[in-house]
Design a protein around this ligand. Structure first.
Ligand code: ADP
Ligand code: MG
Length: 668
């Protein structure tokens, strides 16, 4: 592979190269593998009268007026009127004052952007072209880099095929699966001439990516079963545990606990995924495993994504472990932290629950025997591996509330054994979910205010913290302002991820204790936290959330005995969005929802979502089909079983791309 630094490309100096470096792009190969997050289809024009709210469209228009600049709420808005000959349309640019000179009255131009139909028809932040631009890729960006910058860099790169990485797939595999060559694929995904080219390019890269992943999983699995681990003794611990906790375990919890015991007894490391719908009681199972570790004189670390969740788990651990449980979060005082680190190092603490703070270099354990990662999708594989390295081949449990259909789980997590908690604790009522039309929104909030008077609490989740640039989509600060002025008698609080930790904790504590009735928030509350009196979940701008995410959010209510409700709000009329809502209304079982999602939309949503440092996840999501996953899995097994030098490039690719993320993979 040619690992050329980016500055060999035309137009890329030290400064640009440094910015690209922030996106993880250091070589020409990195750049070529930096794939678009999505494409805007500007290959045909849409009449103004047919434009749908939220769509991205291209329109050929005559500019009717020279642009005017106005200032609203500290924002500069440049706008101009235009017509497609039949209907008028407004063009508006937010905080881009330089756009003013871009069009002038009388010109015929092609404008491309997102449609708002809130007040008349507006195209938001349109790009202006002469003629249709076709399919335009959109890349994930960082501050200081624009779409145009990335496109220019790629344009320079495709002119230098001698710097391209080597072909990774033997021609035999390419022919068998109908895949194009690597260099062609790069051109097709970055500069597609049409949809079919784009699909061919994506298919090729998607297959390669899946194959590399499957190869890494295979190598990982082989490696793990060769390692020695600690054989725990487990007899009698489950019975003792059950006597100490305030409820009887469900059948499913007991079964999974037994599966964990069987793994822990074995002389090689456990690697188990525990899947269970929101509220199925995964914590009780995790805490049980921690008890097994402690009974064997080993330490256990429980890694969770948020401080709120860490504290919640800590409250469950304390009655069982007393002072040998400890909490480690980012917001701790210096001396408190030092004391906790000391207790972990000298072994006086047997279980630690914490956030990313647990991963830090100076956190050492005396003898870490078990690592549990809760809400595993919130962590990268690399972070989990960092945690595991703090022990010597510890047993590993990862827990997930994102139900993944079994078939898919077996394919994707080939190196994990899977346990299912497929039964809810007794007494849970299903959450009544409904879609609320914009016209009933006020009535809904009146109802919520009334319920507040009866001690019933509500979460209102918004997709944004602040009003987004284009004044589109509900934000927590706006909704908070709206509700506080409308219902002065109701105690309402605001919670979002940009608030300082201490403030967040205070807000959460007030809600938990019932002091506040309505919590306006963002997806920071997505995971794990439960408040018994919270019975209503409002999802503002629900079309912005994925199906699994909505199901997760909904699971925050209905923990107590009262009937719980989930209200979905959205001004998006697209059919696919409403199909998603319907699936949620119809089903309460996360696994059914997952199966439905899989059959409706393919496996994309389940693959590598939201894992940091996997820039190509979006492409995978868009392209992968169940058949392709199966093909990749079979091909990976063949490659591992029948060694052949022509496969070296793809094996190397698997190691390069995934070994840093997975545990140590060694080749022999
Ligand atoms: P999740 O699987 O979403 O992490 P939790 O572990 O947070 O769910 O459990 C949800 C709630 O159910 C907690 O309040 C917990 O105390 C309770 N719970 C768990 N198991 C049982 C059980 N077997 N019987 C009754 N309540 C249970
Ligand atoms: Mg949980």
């Amino acid at each position: 592979m040619t690992d050329s630094s980016l500055t060999v490309l035309k137009g890329i100096g030290e400064k640009r190269a440094e910015l690209l470096g922030q996106l993880g792009i250091r070589t020409v190969s990195d750049l070529l593998y930096y794939l678009p997050r999505s494409y805007r289809d500007y290959s045909k024009t849409v009449p103004v009268s047919e434009m749908q709210h939220g769509d991205y469209v291209a329109a050929s228009v005559r500019i009717l007026s020279d642009p005017r600049t106005v200032r609203v709420k500290g924002m500069t808005i440049v706008s101009a009127r235009a017509t497609d000959g039949v209907s008028n349309v407004q063009l508006s640019w937010f905080n881009q004052p330089y756009r003013r000179g871009q069009v002038s009255a009388g010109e015929i131009r092609t404008v491309c952007g997102r449609v708002s139909r809130k007040k008349g028809t507006t195209i938001l932040n349109p790009s202006v072209y002469d003629g249709l631009p076709g399919l335009i890729p959109e890349y994930p960006l960082c501050r200081g880099l624009s779409q145009r910058n990335i496109r220019e860099a790629l344009k320079a790169a495709v002119q230098k095929p001698e710097l391209f990485p080597e072909e990774t797939l033997p021609s035999e595999i390419r022919t068998r699966h109908g895949l194009c060559a690597l260099d062609e694929a790069f051109r097709m995904v970055h500069f597609p001439r049409d949809r079919s080219e784009l699909e061919r390019g994506r298919k090729r890269l998607s297959f390669e990516n899946l194959l590399s992943y499957m190869l890494a999983v295979e190598m990982q699995r082989q490696e793990r079963t060769k390692q020695n681990g600690f054989a725990f003794r487990t007899d009698g611990i489950l019975e003792k545990y059950e006597r100490k906790i305030p409820f009887a375990l469900t059948g499913a919890q007991k079964r999974v606990a037994t599966e964990i015991c069987a793994d822990m007894e074995k002389p090689f490391p456990m690697n188990r995924l525990v899947q269970g719908d929101v509220g199925s009681g995964k914590t009780a199972v995790a805490v049980f495993a921690a008890c097994v570790a402690a009974a064997n004189g080993k330490q256990c670390a429980i890694l969770v994504p948020t401080a709120i969740l860490a504290e919640q788990h800590y409250r469950v651990l304390q009655p069982l472990f007393g002072s040998s449980a400890c909490l480690l979060t980012g917001g701790m005082k210096k001396n408190e932290r030092a004391e906790t680190l000391e207790r972990l190092r000298n072994g006086s603490a047997s279980v630690a629950v914490g956030t990313h703070a647990l991963l830090e270099q100076d956190v050492h354990f005396q003898d870490l025997g078990l690592v549990i990662t809760d809400e595993q999708h919130r962590f990268g594989v690399r972070q989990r591996a960092d945690m595991e390295r703090k022990g010597i081949r510890p047993d590993v449990i990862v827990m997930s509330a994102t139900p993944i259909p079994r078939t898919l789980a077996m394919l994707m997590y080939g190196d994990l054994d899977v346990s299912l908690i497929d039964e809810m604790p007794p007494g849970r009522k299903t959450i009544k979910t409904s879609f609320i039309a914009e016209s009933s929104r006020d009535k809904m909030y009146d109802y919520i205010a009334e319920e507040a008077g009866h001690g019933n609490q509500t979460y209102v989740v918004c997709p944004f913290i602040d009003p987004p640039e284009e004044l589109e989509g509900p934000s927590a600060t706006e909704v908070y302002q709206e509700l506080t002025s409308r219902y002065p008698g109701v105690r309402i609080d605001l919670l979002h991820g940009r608030m300082p930790q201490q403030k967040k904790d205070e807000v959460m504590e007030r809600f938990r204790t019932g002091e506040t009735s309505v919590l306006v928030t963002t997806t920071v509350i997505e995971v794990g936290v439960h408040v018994d009196d919270a019975v209503i979940m409002v999802l503002e701008g629900a079309d912005r959330f994925g199906l699994a995410q909505m199901h997760q959010l909904r699971g925050r209510v209905g923990r107590g005995s009262r009937q719980a409700y989930c209200f979905l709000l959205s001004d998006n009329r697209s059919e696919s969005v409403h199909e998603r809502f319907a699936a949620l209304v119809r089903n309460s079982d996360g696994f059914k929802i997952a199966e439905e999602d899989l059959s409706q939309r393919g496996p994309g949503d389940f693959l590598g979502t939201r894992q940091h440092g996997e820039g190509d996840a979006e492409l995978l999501r868009a392209t992968a089909s169940m058949e392709m996953i199966v093909e990749a899995k079979e091909t990976a097994q063949e490659i591992i079983d029948i060694p052949n030098v022509t496969n070296n490039a793809i094996l190397q690719n698997a190691l390069d791309r995934f070994s840093r993320q997975m545990d140590v993979i060694t080749m022999n």
